[in-house]
Each structure stands twice: as C-alpha cells, then as structure tokens.
Design a protein around this ligand. Structure first.
Ligand code: DGY
Length: 323
C-alpha cells in the first residue's frame, strides 16, 4: 500500500521530521519560510494531509482551493483560531490539534513573564549589559512582590489551571478567575480558587491579570481601553493566549498613562510585528511566542500530530479531532 502523502508547512524538530519521512510520503519545508496562499493551495490539491502550524493562516481563501485532495489538517499547536473551522468543515476536512503536551511548558512561561515584569528582570538585564550598574543601593530598581498578591485568570482551561497551581502553591498567590465554561468544582477547590461572575470582577480585584482564553471573534479585543480602565491602578497584564485578545494601542495607552504598571507578553495583535512604542517601553517584557518552545515540548507536539495522522490513516478517529 502506498504511504499517505503529507505536506509539512514549517521546519519541525529533526527527530520528528525523521519519523514523518519514514512513515509517510512527506514533503518538508526545509527553508522554513511561511508558505504562500498558492503554495498552500498546491499542497491541499496534491497531498492527503496538510500539517500547518499556528502561524499559518488557513482561512476561507486557502480552503477555497479547487479540487482539494487533502481530507485532514493535522495542525501543530493547541490553538486553532488560525483555521476557519466552518470552511474546513464545509470542505469536508478533519482538523486536529495538539493539546495537553504543552500545558506545563506554557504555564512555566506565563510565570516567567509575571516574575520578569514584576521584578523588572528584563530592564535590570538591559541596565547591567548597558554598563549602567553602579552597585547595590536600597532604592535601586525596586519591583513588585508577587507573594500574597491576587492573580486573576481570564479563561480557566488546562494551561490556566497549571499556571494557577504554580502561582498558588509556589508563590502563595490568591487565585480568582472568570470562565463561561468553568472547570469541575473539584479542580477549582484544589486550587483554592474563587470563581467570578464576570471578567470585570476579575479586573477589579487582580494584581496580575493573566489571559488564557481561546483566540477568535468572541475574544478579539476583549482587553480594550474599557477593560484597562476597570483594572486596579498599578495592575500587570500577562498574555500567553492569543495576541489579538488585547487591543495593542489600548495597551500602549494604559501603560503610558500609568493605569497599569506593566505587561508580560508572549503573543501580539500583529504578530510578528510589535508596535515601536511598546518595544521602547521598559515596563514590558516581550517574548517571541515562546510558550511551547522547549525541545521536549516541541518534539511531543510533533509526535502528537503523528499520532493523529496514524489514527486517521488507519481509519480511526484521531484523538485530538477538533472538527
Ligand atoms: C499553540 O500551540 O497554540 C501555541 O500558541 C504555540 O505553541
């Protein structure tokens, strides 16, 4: 039997690519340059499966390719707001993602951002590397303590819960959250978390607001000027979810006016572009979408895609079927 033909849109860790090449008739992207719409069309027209990542926009235009051969989009990443699920469904495509394996890694990064921005770690490093450090003194670069403070979560799924666990157990923080689809009562109790009835309730109480909601129309610009105005004066915002949950200009304005004290961001509204104003600010920590970027996790994500492909081509329902 011939092997299923698959197209991989970006470079994946070598050990994962080796397995892909062995098990499937695989076209890799050795240049790692994002594919154009016409290249994606060609992939969908020639391969049984296309394996995009969260930075490939698979919208109605891409999925409008004539005579598509592909029947599955096995995406590498947990988020799927880069794929137009309605268009995929209408085109008869199965869509899979890679949940679970990146939960801890992304929670670690949310904590990294919170600690870095609260303790002015990026700013301190720039200060030292810029030869500006003149020595220890009692008032030098005072940051904000996290112990005993309130961390407020917007969205309380797997990654939020793992972050909350670190914040509560490791740093003695109080946990509050808002999620229209809250976790089981036992999970809430194990974190000693308080459920709020609205995002506004979280904004009013949190010293650190951490975003963990999915991307997409429902959460686009959820954090806008109005939301910032409801946050505690001097609050911090952390985003490891999706960039466009925050309206970037409103964030810049809230930072400039001092309404909020700082931001720790791993994702951006116009990713990979970041506004010059934001990039020039000292009280923000800016990372290039590194949430899942450890070797262990990126290999596990790739393997999760392979598991989904194996199941699909064996005639079974893939474990991570989204539609
Ligand atoms: C995801 O998987 O959705 C992240 O944004 C990248 O790991």
């Amino acid at each position: 039997m011939s092997k299923p033909k698959i197209v991989i849109t970006r470079r994946w860790p070598q050990e994962v690519e080796d397995i892909l090449v062995e098990e499937f008739d695989t076209t890799l992207n050795e240049t790692d340059v994002p594919m154009t719409v016409s290249e994606l069309h060609a992939a969908l027209q020639s391969a049984d499966a296309v394996c995009p990542t969260v930075s490939d926009k698979i919208d109605a235009e891409v999925l409008g390719a004539a005579n598509m051969k592909s029947t599955i989009l096995a995406s590498n990443g947990v988020g799927f707001n880069h794929i137009d699920l309605d268009a995929a469904k209408a085109a008869g495509l199965t869509v899979t993602n890679t949940p679970d394996v990146l939960t801890d890694c992304t929670a670690d990064l949310a904590m990294t951002l919170m600690l870095m921005v609260a303790r002015r770690a990026g700013e301190g490093e720039r200060h030292l590397r810029g030869n500006q450090w003149t020595g220890w003194r009692p008032t030098h670069m005072m940051g904000t303590s996290v112990t005993g403070k309130t961390m407020g979560f917007i969205g309380m799924g797997r990654i939020a819960q793992a972050t909350a666990q670190r914040a509560a157990m490791g740093f003695g923080m109080n946990i509050i959250f808002y999620d229209p689809y809250p976790p089981a009562a036992a999970d809430i109790a194990s974190l000693n978390a308080t459920q709020c009835d609205s995002a506004d309730e979280v904004f009013a109480q949190a010293d650190f607001v951490s975003l963990h909601c999915p991307g997409g129309d429902a959460t686009h610009h959820l954090i806008n000027a109005d939301a910032f105005s409801k946050m505690k004066n001097g609050a911090f915002i952390i985003n490891t979810a999706r960039g466009d949950v925050i309206e970037e200009q409103a964030l810049v304005d809230a930072l400039k006016s001092g309404q909020i004290a700082g931001a720790g961001l791993d994702v951006f509204e116009f990713e990979p572009k970041v506004s010059d104003e934001l990039a020039a600010m000292e009280n923000v920590v800016l990372l290039p979408h590194l949430g899942s970027a450890t070797r262990e996790t990126r290999v596990a994500m790739g393997m999760r895609v392979i598991d989904n492909l194996r199941a699909y081509f064996a005639g079974n329902t893939p474990g991570d079927k989204v539609v």
